[in-house]
Design a binder for this molecule. Structure first.
Ligand code: NAG
Ligand code: NAG
Ligand code: NAG
Ligand code: NAG
Length: 364
């Protein structure tokens, strides 16, 4: 009898806890795929969330009435103009948001992506641009779209080892993080971070590869002696470094969204042997399993709010191949990103792939 209750309890447990982080995927305009191939790819992956690096009205339109949530990025080159002239923010919103809201579920607008890395000398414009976009949304009566900006991990965070000692590092001569975090707190927005265990592993070759790939081998761990936490994967180390930095700054309640993560399945560089299809599949499989487990990270019980896999299609012009699809729309892996894993390729999947290839051909 007790056992029955116990199992009943386990069964209902996930319903009573916080929602699992959602998994989405980034589409970067570099690959120039049609809106139809993008929505087909999302359906095939069974993902409900899309991040656009360079918004395109035809792609946004294709998401009308689909229930897919959309994350938009304002390109870096527009940050300084928007800071200088608020009506440019309004013009942008009239092109990419107003025609579709609320029939397309736009959740977040990131003002720039890794702006600090790309335009370090214009960093003083970033906060003004963010507030101009936020105020313009308010002027339009839109309150449910969060405004934030995404950072690359190595630029924003001092050091991930040990995670509990991590802090935000302001660019020289600029106070960026304190006012930004206050804004995110006041407006109920999330802290956005691009986080690649692949890059951390490449910087620190003494790290066991398995730690970067979510593989639980006995010697794959790093201890944080301050907190007494034993870390078994780099993803948790990096997320907890962000969580610690937020706590040190006094904003531990701001949710964290991983705007980019992934593992390249190939690289043109000769010294990147770890950029291969096998490791990329292991990373993605481990990431999805870890995020879906609901375990969170040692310092963040509910885990990050959302994770976007980078990226949907290989960019043929790029040195590294990040896509989960080949440019011809063929899926590279045998992973069900939505939740459980496909143990074998079934007929439905094959039919779907054929359909996808056909749609892709049609639209090229
Ligand atoms: C969208 O979600 C609503 C409510 O959950 C549901 O009724 C509707 O059928 C969904 N639409 C699609 C296209 O999935
Ligand atoms: C701001 O931009 C708008 C068009 O987007 C333009 O009409 C206006 O003159 C600009 N204002 C300033 C002060 O540059
Ligand atoms: C904050 O945002 C979350 C999700 O983005 C939402 O569920 C919650 O209601 C918001 N809270 C307030 C006070 O707006
Ligand atoms: C798509 O491209 C991949 C890699 O180049 C190749 O292995 C695969 O056979 C192609 N699929 C189709 C249907 O052309």
């Amino acid at each position: 009898m007790f056992r029955a209750f116990f199992f009943l309890f386990l069964f209902f447990l996930p319903i009573t806890t916080a929602p699992l982080p959602s998994i989405g995927v980034t589409y970067s305009a570099a690959t120039r795929h049609s809106p139809e191939s993008i929505t087909s790819a999302l359906n095939l992956l069974n993902l409900k969330s899309l991040r656009l690096e360079q918004p395109d009205p035809s792609i946004i339109r294709s998401l009308l009435y689909t229930n897919i949530t959309l994350f938009l990025t304002i390109p870096n080159y527009m940050v300084a103009p928007i800071a200088a002239n608020r009506s440019i923010a309004l013009t942008w919103l009239y092109t990419y948001v107003i025609p579709f809201h609320p029939r397309v579920k736009i959740t977040t607008i990131s003002v720039g992506n890794a702006f600090l890395d790309v335009y370090p000398r214009s960093i003083s414009h970033l906060l003004t641009a963010i507030s101009h976009v936020h105020l313009s949304l308010r002027d339009l009566g839109i309150r449910h779209i969060a405004v934030s900006t995404s950072f690359s991990f190595f630029t924003a965070i001092s050091s991930p080892f040990p995670p509990s000692a991590a802090q935000f590092q302001d660019p020289p001569g600029v106070t960026l993080f304190a006012p930004l975090l206050q804004f995110l707190h006041d407006t109920n927005s999330s802290f956005l971070i691009n986080l690649y265990p692949y890059n951390l592993y490449r910087l620190r070759p003494e790290i066991p590869l398995g730690t970067a790939l979510f593989q639980n081998y006995p010697f794959n761990f790093r201890d944080d002696f301050t907190t007494g936490v034993r870390y078994r994967n780099l993803f948790d180390i990096m997320v907890d470094a962000v969580v610690s930095a937020l706590a040190v700054a006094g904003y531990e309640s701001i949710p964290v969204v991983v705007t980019e993560t992934g593992w390249p399945s190939g690289s043109v560089a000769a010294n990147e042997a770890e950029a291969n299809l096998g490791y990329a599949e292991i990373y993605l499989r481990g990431l999805v399993k870890h995020v879906r487990s609901g375990m969170g990270t040692p310092l963040l019980k509910d885990g990050v709010r959302e994770v976007f896999v980078y990226e949907m299609f290989d960019d043929e012009g790029a040195g590294r191949k990040w896509g989960v699809f080949y440019p011809n729309c063929t899926f590279k892996y045998r992973i069900d990103l939505s939740c459980s894993y496909a143990s074998e390729i079934n007929t439905a999947l094959i039919l779907f792939l054929l359909l996808l290839v056909w749609i892709c051909r049609l639209s090229d």
